[in-house]
Write a protein that binds this ligand. Structure first.
Ligand code: GLC
Length: 462
């Protein structure tokens, strides 16, 4: 996010020294449904088991194809943005294809932008004309999406932007496309109370008209104690969250409503676009977390972007995330014709090929128990239910690989083909020659690396 030379991290940091919210914390907390941490864990269990989902960012911004923040970056007014609305027609859109692509990649849930910051609604909302059914496309894309995703046995999620750069009541702030205009004048007559009601009406539509919705992904807050930012008072976050939980009791909600300091104010943390290297904590507590990542940098379709990650980099993100107890949600930005473009499809295929034979090291897995140190150039995951440990070989060893937990391994095999990997005790003379290493055993590898991007050793533990 480059706009105004301000990153999301900077926004969040800036908000740390100024709490603009006026509602007392106890009051905020009292308005949110209470739940014990055991109840929360049970509600989230399918999600923590799933580990891997797909994000889809689709909206009018697919047409300019140069970032979903284009309205902010290029300071585009409603009027100048209208040319996309008038011509939006993703004629190649096939919800079934999207859902099948997610499933083939090994993903277990799909979260779609129902409205992004541009304000355009991908569903047939009764409270606005600025919606997909009023474009040449004319169909409720959200409805088709929900049905197709469910038909593939995947869970359904809605992303909903708290920001809205099109709505006439959304006040012009530091991120708004019109921020460099006469802000006071522009804000005359704008009424955030009406906008709050608009959001509630839309969340009610989304969580009433489309059956069971599994995830609600609200995005995002940038609280400041001046006109510049917006936070939980501006959104009425406790009200919105309570509404979501009431309409869909099982729903899982992210942490971008500015309720991080409130008990039960969110379900999971959302580190964005950086590789997490240890389980994130908040107030000293480990929370469920999901990192959201892109293949190439932007979330919406960006025609000229060349910074596409390799298959190995994409797999690294997935494996390393699970290794620290998190979920990965990987994004696709469909083209203005409504398809996943070739570069996205290639990367999804990369996931699919690997997951086909290696998903056992991902689903239901988490951080390795204490005392298991990852061997050189490898990353560990662990399935507590089956008591199996997975060694992901990011760099294929030349022959043997020393391990410090060999005495705990009952049997080891390559995960992709189930062929045995022998575990040999470190010979005495070896141990003596290098007694500083602490290895008790070594795994004996074939010299040739198998044809798997990142080979995995599955260890049955004693
Ligand atoms: C950010 C961006 C946005 C994207 C989102 C996904 O907050 O504003 O464009 O939708 O992150 O996590």
């Amino acid at each position: 996010m480059k706009s105004c030379a301000i990153s999301l991290a900077a926004l969040v940091a800036a908000s740390a020294f100024a709490d603009p919210n006026t509602m007392p914390l106890e009051e905020v907390a009292s308005r949110i449904p209470h739940e014990t941490s055991e109840e929360t864990a049970a509600r989230l269990s399918w999600w923590t088991e799933a580990r891997f989902g797909m994000f889809i960012h689709f909206g009018l911004y697919a047409m300019p194809a140069r970032h979903e923040w284009i309205r902010n970056y290029e300071e585009i007014s409603n009027e100048d943005y209208e040319k996309y609305f008038e011509r939006f027609d993703p004629d190649l859109f096939d919800a079934g294809e999207w859902a099948r692509a997610a499933k083939a990649a090994g993903m277990k849930y799909v979260v779609l932008t129902t409205k992004h910051h541009e304000g355009f609604c991908m569903f047939d909302s009764k409270v606005t004309d600025y919606k997909i059914t009023n474009t040449p496309f004319g169909r409720d894309l959200v409805a088709e999406f929900v049905e197709a995703v469910r038909a593939e046995g995947l869970k359904v999620g809605f992303y909903y932007s708290l920001l809205d750069w099109h709505h006439p009541d959304f006040t012009v702030d530091g991120l708004h496309p019109l921020r460099n205009g006469d802000v006071d004048k522009l804000n005359e007559g704008r009424d955030m109370a009406r906008y709050r009601q608009y959001m509630k009406d839309q969340v009610t539509e989304l969580l009433t008209n489309y059956g069971k919705i599994d995830i609600m992904w609200f995005d995002f807050s940038y609280p400041r104690n001046d006109k510049w930012g917006k936070g939980r008072d501006d959104w009425d976050s406790p009200g919105l969250l309570t509404l979501a939980r009431t309409l869909q009791p099982g729903i899982i909600v992210d942490n971008r409503m500015d309720l991080n300091d409130v008990e039960n104010g969110f379900d999971f943390m959302t580190p964005e676009q950086f590789k997490v290297t240890e389980w994130p904590t908040h107030n000293g507590r480990r929370h469920p977390w999901e990192t959201c990542q892109t293949f190439s940098g932007s979330w919406g379709y960006f025609r000229d972007e060349t910074s596409w990650k390799s298959d190995a980099q994409c797999l690294d993100l997935l494996i390393s995330t699970v290794a620290h107890g998190g979920n990965l949600i990987m994004n696709v930005g469909p083209t203005a014709r409504g398809e996943f473009d070739g570069r996205a499809r290639e990367r999804l295929d990369g996931y699919g090929r690997w997951m086909h034979a290696n998903s056992r090291s991902i689903y239901g897995c988490t951080e390795a128990p204490e005392g298991f140190e990852a061997p050189e150039h490898s990353v560990l995951t662990y399935n507590p239910k089956t008591n199996r440990l997975y060694i992901h070989l990011f760099h294929y060893p030349a022959g043997q690989l020393g391990v410090k937990f060999g005495s705990r391994i009952a049997y080891a095999q390559f995960l992709h083909d189930g062929s045995e990997i022998q575990v040999k005790p470190m010979p005495d003379w070896q141990a003596k020659a290098s007694d500083s290493t602490g290895y008790d055993s070594y795994l004996n590898f074939p010299v040739l690396k198998p044809a798997v991007e990142i080979p995995v050793i599955e260890c049955y533990l004693k």
